[in-house]
Write a protein that binds this ligand. Structure first.
Ligand code: ADP
Length: 441
């Protein structure tokens, strides 16, 4: 049976016993008056506790729970345990919610939760960055007023979009976002944004690259194709035409060959599976060989000099360095009008060393300098083509230089000439090997 029932029954029984004991001594009326008084005291006790309970219920803090006495002790204790249980489950729920929020905060993607009327309920820091929101200020605001992107507004109205939208962030800059809108629950939506700037940039570079290569191949192919068609259409071959066209076709074929070779070199350099070697490379020997190449390329049109002030070697891949330095030398010859000067040098520079090619050629205007090493970037397309350029030379140089932890420095002045220097840090410079000394002795 319930403890309160038993306790109350006991107390009433005691009241009855007291009245029975008082009866023979004090008479029936006094005994009944005593019983009534005791019952009234019991009632007062209950009312007092009821008042305390109702006061406490107005602000039910466990620490403010009054101490009960008698039967009320158990009632208040039960309240206390109930509250403790409730507190514990509340704090468990809060912790879970905070965990979810922390996970949302740490997400690399932006996340905005909007209600059925597109009002922001919650957003993480990445979304603040992507859409220029401020969680503290903007919760409860219409997301469409803050994110002024017509495509997002349209997608929200359409209750979500199956495919991600690709858009430029309205906050300016180069940020490109992929935004997915997912409806969930009754009319609520998740707006998930991802920064795809790098992916889009690579995609644009890939498209540009394919367009450039096709463009470079089109001219030689058109020339060769045109001649071949004309010859094929002739009933009797015209020896004069063949004599004229064969050298032209051969020039165009060579141009394509050079282009393909440069492309293969670039792709070899770019592929991560082809790490740079760390052989000791005899740069003075390369410089001497390139000096002779420059003389041959110039065919007496320029004054070519070689200044070897350092005997340092560098650690790296000889073929790559030879090809990079060769590109600089060939550019100097190609972009320096007859009568100009070209000087090759290899010098110590602090604890490192620098290979430089200086010319007194046409020079380059300052606004072109930052883009020179981009693939297919040319200041004067016609001049580059006329001299057999592919537009890939300096891109190759840049890759080789990077792979050798070196730096490419360019200084130039229009009409006065240019200087391309490859600066090797101390870490790349190695001592001339002993066997090389023995050979040269
Ligand atoms: P290209 O095959 O066209 O020479 P590069 O990548 O080697 O391609 O060079 C890119 C562009 O930089 C050239 O088209 C040219 O306009 C400019 N350039 C490179 N070297 C020189 C130089 N020594 N003097 C003037 N312009 C140069």
């Amino acid at each position: 049976m319930n403890k309160i029932w038993i306790g109350s029954a006991w107390r009433l029984a005691l009241v009855a016993l007291a009245a029975l004991l008082a009866w023979p001594v004090a008479g029936a009326v006094q005994a009944l008056a005593l019983a009534l008084l005791l019952v009234l005291l019991m009632l007062l006790h209950h009312v007092r506790h009821l008042v305390r309970l109702s006061k406490w219920l107005a602000d039910p803090l466990p620490e403010a729970l009054p101490d009960g006495s008698g039967l009320w002790e158990d009632v208040f204790a039960a309240f206390y345990h109930l509250l403790r249980r409730q507190r514990r489950s509340e704090s468990r729920l809060t912790a879970t919610l905070q965990d979810f929020q922390r996970a949302g905060m740490a997400m690399p993607d932006g996340l905005v939760i909007v209600d059925g009327r597109n009002r922001i309920e919650w957003c993480n820091p990445r979304a603040e960055l992507h859409f220029g929101l401020d969680a503290a200020r903007d919760v409860g605001q219409q997301v469409t007023y803050l994110v002024r992107q017509p495509l997002i507004v349209e997608a929200l109205d359409a209750q979500g979009y199956p495919d991600p939208l690709i858009l430029r962030s309205a906050r300016g800059g180069d940020l490109i976002l992929s935004v997915l809108i997912m409806p969930y629950e009754a009319n609520r939506k998740l707006i998930i944004s991802r920064d795809v700037t790098d992916r889009e940039r690579v995609e644009t570079m890939r498209r540009d690259f394919v367009a450039n290569v096709s463009h470079e191949l089109r001219t030689p192919l058109t020339v060769i194709g045109g001649f071949l068609e004309t010859i094929a259409d002739m009933e009797t071959p015209d020896p004069a035409l063949i004599r004229r066209s064969v050298p032209m076709m051969s020039d165009q074929a060579k141009r394509m060959q050079t282009l393909v070779e440069d492309l293969l070199t670039l792709s070899r350099l770019e592929s991560s599976g082809h790490p740079v070697r760390d052989d000791p490379v005899n740069v003075p020997d390369i410089a001497r060989a390139l000096y002779h190449d420059a003389l041959a390329l110039s065919a007496g049109r320029h004054k070519v000099t070689l200044l070897l002030e350092s005997e340092a070697w560098v650690s790296g891949a000889e073929d790559e360095l030879r090809s990079a330095f060769g590109n600089l030398v060939s550019n100097a010859v190609r972009y320096t009008p007859p009568g100009g000067e070209i000087s090759l040098s290899w010098k110590d520079a602090g604890a490192g060393a620098v290979f430089a090619v200086r010319d007194t050629g046409i020079g380059i205007a300052p606004d072109h300098l930052p883009r020179l090493t981009e693939r297919f970037y040319r200041v004067d397309r016609g001049r580059s083509r006329e001299t057999g350029g592919t537009g890939l030379g300096l891109a190759i140089v840049k890759h080789v230089v990077n792979r050798h932890a070196a730096k490419l420095e360019v200084s130039s002045e229009t009409g006065r000439g240019s200087c391309f220097s490859v600066v090797f840090p101390e870490s790349q410079v190695v001592a001339r090997p002993a066997h090389a000394d023995a050979r040269s002795a």
